[in-house]
Design a protein around this ligand. Structure first.
Ligand SMILES: Nc1ncnc2c1ncn2[C@@H]1O[C@H](COP(=O)(O)OP(=O)(O)OP(=O)(O)O)[C@@H](O)[C@H]1O
Ligand SMILES: [Mg+2]
Length: 504
């Protein structure tokens, strides 16, 4: 029997320059998973933030168990049994694990003082129950992105709410953690909780959804039972058109070797890693999370040191000891965690793009802001960045659009070698396609890309070669005719190794 847990009616919400939500009607049944999907900027997070009391709607109502409620802030949302996992990991790096778990609900003792003993006790219980290997006093900056996201998930669940909103919860966690999350969702459902789940990953959506609602340009396009809709139909509803192919891969003639990495070693992270890259090439790095791919790229880019090995560009050793030197050498990296390394949230789109490129527009003693504005506007248009103006603060863009701005920033810096770590994380299908096209036109100009990705279809779709890593070691390199998900997985899990693959 169906029982409506949450119902929103006629919700409207505008921001300066955009109508984010237009007459939204949407309801969630008790004990089910309701998936919300739609392109970047469709309004998914905005709707969820209204339900969670972060934003006030311009019009419309929210009812829980048939009762109209007013939710003025997240604390009231919690009191109504609603909790939310946010899309952006907004954390303070110096915060400890226990502080982050209890911020906003610090228990007090009978003297009205924060009960740190209780916090410690409950944190230890949680860490133990979940088998997490760090301590309550570990600072968030010492955790990986996936650890932080997992912590957020556990925190939201620990409120024991009956409505749990998960806004792209799996964007940064490992496959094993995803499985764990899905188990938890199943349990929550059995206990009668309702889950609203936002994701761009179709396989995931179809695994856990009971119902699916598609949003486009701030309107509900359709709600259907999962069994009554196909993946292709969902995609078509999202983008409002059929996509010809998912991967616009073109054969680009291969040129000279542009980068060679020899025996790079950083004890505990990766060991004796050698690979190369040619003009015109897109080279992938596959592996499970924690295989050391990000660590290697950070070392190549000059973010972290290495103890052994060398890096050569066009046959000559280069100094990769700092990021500045790498950028000067034409090597640039797009990081996986845009919050930590990619953007300055309170600044505008234009400023975020130009900061990395000041030199380009600063010549003959002047900042040529007109040139700057034009170049930035062009690249943002090319990438379909949805923003009311170029000076809108970047933190007010939708998650996927923020990612595009980070990408734009590095693209106009005109590097020769672009390292992209999870470049399409959180990006919708239509925009992914745009990014792939940009990658292709980039390598056509005698340049090369290294793409680290956890999405095998994307690596297989776009790369010329794929290096596979397992536990800090290179397990081999595959050429296009050798690509298959199965082979890559076997190598990534350490079951298979491909020797002597010097592809030259
Ligand atoms: N605080 C804000 N100030 C101004 N505009 C905003 C704000 N929050 C969202 N918007 C705008 O509202 C629209 C909807 O954004 P929203 O974040 O809800 O999209 P989304 O569907 O979650 O996208 P994504 O898949 O990229 O996360 C976008 O055009 C966005 O730029
Ligand atoms: Mg969003």
């Amino acid at each position: 029997m169906e029982e409506i847990k949450l119902k929103v009616s006629k919700i409207e919400k505008s921001f300066p320059g955009v109508k984010a939500l237009d007459n939204i009607n949407f309801s969630v049944q008790k004990g089910t998973v309701h998936v919300l999907c739609g392109e970047n900027g469709a309004g998914k997070s905005t709707l969820m933030k209204i339900i969670n009391g972060v934003y006030k709607p311009d019009a419309g109502t929210i009812a829980i168990d048939g009762q109209k409620v007013e939710i003025k802030n997240p604390i009231q949302a919690r009191a109504h049994g609603i909790s939310m996992i946010f899309q952006e990991l907004n954390y303070i790096p110096e915060m400890t694990v226990e502080e982050s778990l209890f911020v906003g609900r610090l228990p007090v003792n009978k003297f009205h003082k924060v009960d740190w003993k209780e916090i410690r006790k409950r944190t230890l219980e949680l860490l133990k129950a979940e088998g997490l290997p760090y301590s309550p006093t570990t600072q968030l900056k010492d955790l990986s992105v996936s650890d932080i996201q997992m912590l957020e998930i556990l925190k939201a669940i620990s409120y024991k709410s009956d409505i749990i909103i998960m806004d792209e919860p799996t964007s940064a966690i490992t496959d094993k953690e995803v499985a764990l999350l899905f188990e938890k969702i199943d349990k929550l459902k059995k206990n009668g909780a309702s889950i609203i789940y936002i994701s761009h990953k179709m396989d995931e959506i179809f695994k856990i959804a009971d119902e699916i609602t598609v949003l486009r340009d701030g309107s509900v396009i359709e709600t259907r039972n999962k069994d009554d809709i196909t993946i292709d139909e969902v995609i078509a509803l999202m983008v409002g058109r059929e996509l010809s192919s998912e991967y616009p891969k073109e054969e680009v003639p291969m040129g000279d070797e542009i980068l060679e990495v020899r025996n790079l070693t950083s004890p505990g992270n990766f060991e004796k890693v050698s690979f190369n890259l040619k003009d015109g090439e897109i080279v992938g790095f596959a592996g499970l999370m924690g295989a050391g791919r990000t660590e290697i790229m950070r070392a190549v880019f000059g973010l972290d040191p290495f103890t052994e090995g060398e890096i050569l560009k066009r046959g000559k050793p280069i100094d990769s000891s700092t990021v500045e030197k790498s950028i000067k050498n034409g090597v640039v990296m797009l990081s996986e965690d845009r919050r930590r390394f990619g953007i300055i949230p309170v600044r505008g789109v234009r400023e975020n793009v130009s900061l990395a490129n000041l030199k380009k527009f600063f010549y003959r003693g002047h900042l040529h802001s007109r040139d700057e504005a034009k170049v930035i506007q062009d690249i943002c248009r090319q990438m379909n960045v949805k923003t009311p103006t170029m000076d809108t603060s970047i933190s007010s863009l939708s998650g996927g659009n923020q990612q595009k701005v980070v990408l734009a920033k590095w693209m106009i810096n005109d590097p020769e070698i672009l390292i992209m770590d999870e470049p399409t994380r959180g990006i919708d299908i239509g925009a992914k396609f745009e990014i792939y096209k940009l990658m292709t036109s980039f390598v056509k100009k005698k340049k090369a890309i290294i793409m680290v990705s956890s999405e095998l279809p994307e690596l297989i779709g776009m790369c010329d070669r794929i290096y596979v890593m397992s536990k800090g070691q290179l397990m081999g390199c595959l050429t296009r005719d050798e690509f298959s998900q199965e082979t890559i997985m076997k190598m990534a899990t350490g079951v298979m190794k491909k020797e002597s693959d010097n592809e030259n």
